[in-house]
Design a protein around this ligand. Structure first.
Ligand SMILES: [Zn+2]
Length: 618
């Protein structure tokens, strides 16, 4: 998974001060029908025909959590009107045990169950941060006639102890909508698709997005790639982002080498209007042969492609870990009583590190850009708890206070990967790095062969150097903050500074604008009036910003304003309608971005050039 700390996410601070404004069973197969044709009240009818049941009671569960999300989401909460019937259509007694499970009596006579599913997108309250919303790429969307995001675990459950029986899922859908997925439709009909999987876990790994067909397909080194896009206003098409995706995925395959044997890979991109009843958790979730991505449609082409490169590459690298290399907790995943592994530093951290390293390795970004990214990660890791044991956090990530530190997997987690890479490069005279280690681990373990959580460090040490083991014990299991400068110095890289343009409305974690609780209007924070952007437009603290470039903004679409502002360049013309007291005014001017001194790194030690090149280009 990758959650994006897009500056939108920081708008969560606005919400915290809001004023309540949000408001036929044969044999041994589970057969499921998902009816996307007759949507009533924004709900989808699911009908499940069980395999033969031999007990008097049977429990049917929808997941509490799914792999890759590391959060408790209770997908069963979105299902209602759960009914069970015998062969004559008589109702059986059903008891709801908790948010996710129903117990059915007289189960030997059970013929079918039905229930209605609500989607998660239109119940999301915030940004996917600091609240308990289902992260959008793991969520579901029901927008009759337009778009259905079927993260299958949101619609389909499993019978207790029957996770390993085959599934046959029939989706009936309007003729105008096409289902994009890595699964193969076994039905020739234009209004019905049939998908079969050998067990529940494989169904969960195969999301399907139904929308007006907008997709491209291409082949990269023997792998068939499908890119499907849903863009509500039609701003973007699959075609419009395919060249960049093709370049990026080719580079990934070249970087990865022999690890990956996936034959088909599907990218499902859902672009959100970011309106109140639409998705707000931006980022993506990984699967062995697919990824679901949710981003705001208001992003500029440049930012969208940039985000897709970062996010899709991250998800794709998950094929290495945890999809290939993982512990028993992941292999024997319990959807309703999950146990977490200690090794998020590897599953998410090394994955995120690869998603950056391959870009410099394959020439998609230059050295300066790579160092800026490393410096950003160090900076963001500082705002999190640097003395919390990473393995302890990982093991307990579903609970507080560990849960709030999860985002550090993309920051410190990636930096852990970098330091290990540098140690291995130094010890091997540049010949090997962490990618080589991951190849060895995937030879040792694999999709069907998990490791024990507590044996991984010893295994890694035996495959590399004692120094790697010491690093893992001291800085990953231990509570000592990592001295990044020390490791970067090994490859001749030292601290430097650069000037970077910031966002006029947010600096770091602090917004420069606020909300008038009574009217929902956006106002300049008095503490922020000295910012060049406001000064040059003659705005003072407390001034209301009513429109920007002729579009109206308030609390309800404040996200749009911030995404829109991410596209601004220095000296772009800008027109604002403002209000000071009761006096409205139209102001014309130009955009003055705030510039900040930011830390970065630079190669300064020529004697380490060879090792540095092996690290970045090897
Ligand atoms: Zn991830």
């Amino acid at each position: 998974m990758k959650k994006i700390l897009y500056s939108l996410a920081l708008a969560v601070t606005f919400w915290s001060c809001k004023t309540g404004s949000t408001g036929t069973a044969k044999s041994n197969t589970v057969e499921v029908n998902i009816n996307l044709t007759d949507v009533k009240d924004d709900k989808v009818l699911v009908t499940v025909t069980p395999p033969a049941i031999k007990t008097d009671e049977i429990v049917y569960s929808i997941p509490k959590t799914v792999p890759g999300t590391y959060s408790t989401d209770n997908y069963g909460k979105y299902s209602e009107d759960f009914k069970a019937f015998d062969a004559k259509g008589n109702p059986l007694t059903v008891k709801r045990i908790d948010d996710n499970s129903w117990s059915i009596s007289n189960a030997k006579t059970l013929k079918k169950i039905t229930y209605l599913v609500n989607d998660t997108f239109d119940t999301e309250k915030g940004t996917g941060f600091g609240n308990d919303d289902v992260f959008s790429p793991a969520g579901t969307n029901i927008d009759a006639g337009k778009n259905f995001m079927l993260n299958t675990h949101g619609f389909v459950g499993y019978f207790q102890d029957k996770l390993d029986v085959p599934y046959k899922v029939t989706v009936t859908h309007p003729e105008t909508l096409w289902g994009a997925t890595s699964m193969t439709d076994q039905d020739a009909s234009n209004t019905s698709d049939i998908f079969t999987t050998s067990r529940y876990a494989i169904l969960v790994e195969n999301p399907i997005m139904y929308s007006k067909p907008d997709y491209t397909t291409f082949n990269v080194n023997g792998m068939d790639i499908l890119i499907a896009v849903y863009s509500p206003t039609g701003k973007y098409t699959a075609e419009s982002i395919t060249p960049e995706m093709k370049t990026m995925m080719t580079a990934q395959k070249n970087f990865l080498g022999k690890v990956n044997s996936t034959k088909k890979y599907t990218v499902l991109l859902y672009l959100s209007s970011a309106a109140k009843d639409d998705a707000h958790g931006f980022g993506a979730l990984e699967h062995p042969t697919a990824t679901t991505v949710v981003l705001p449609e208001s992003m500029s082409k440049e930012k969208l492609v940039e985000a897709m490169k970062d996010v899709v590459s991250h998800e794709f690298f998950h094929i290495v870990t945890p999809l290939t290399i993982h512990s028993k907790e992941i292999q024997f995943f319990d959807y309703n009583a999950p146990k977490m592994s200690e090794h998020l530093w590897m599953y998410e951290g090394v994955t995120e590190y690869f998603a950056n390293l391959f870009q410099i390795n394959q020439g998609l970004i230059d050295e300066a850009e790579f160092y800026t990214r490393i410096a950003d990660k160090i900076d963001q890791a500082k705002s999190l708890d640097d003395t919390m044991s990473f393995t302890l956090m990982s093991k307990n990530v579903l609970e507080q206070p560990y849960k709030d530190q999860y985002l550090n997997v993309y920051q410190k987690g990636a930096l852990i990967g970098m330091c290990i890479d540098i140690i291995i490069r130094e010890k091997s005279n540049g010949e090997r790095g962490i990618l080589d280690l991951m190849h060895k681990l995937s030879d040792e373990y694999g999709v069907e062969k998990p490791f024990n959580d507590d044996e991984l460090f010893a295994k890694i040490t035996s495959l590399t150097y004692p120094e790697v083991g010491e690093f893992l014990n001291k800085y990953v299991a231990g509570t000592t903050p990592i001295p990044y400068d020390f490791y970067l110095a090994k490859v001749g890289v030292t601290k430097a500074t650069e000037k970077k343009p910031g966002n006029p409305f947010i600096k770091g974690q602090t917004p420069n604008i606020t909300i008038d609780k009574a009217t929902k209007e956006i106002a300049v924070r008095p503490e922020s009036e000295s910012i060049e952007f406001f000064k040059s437009l003659n705005l003072k603290g407390g001034d209301k910003i009513l429109t920007v470039n002729n579009k109206s903004y308030n609390l309800d679409n404040i996200y749009d304003l911030i995404t829109e502002s991410e596209n601004w360049k220095e000296n772009d013309p800008i027109t604002l309608k403002t209000k000071r007291g009761t006096k409205e005014e139209t102001i014309k001017g130009t955009v003055k971005l705030p510039y900040e001194e930011a830390e970065t790194f630079k190669a300064t030690d020529a004697s380490k050039e060879k090792l540095k090149n092996a690290w970045l280009k090897g």
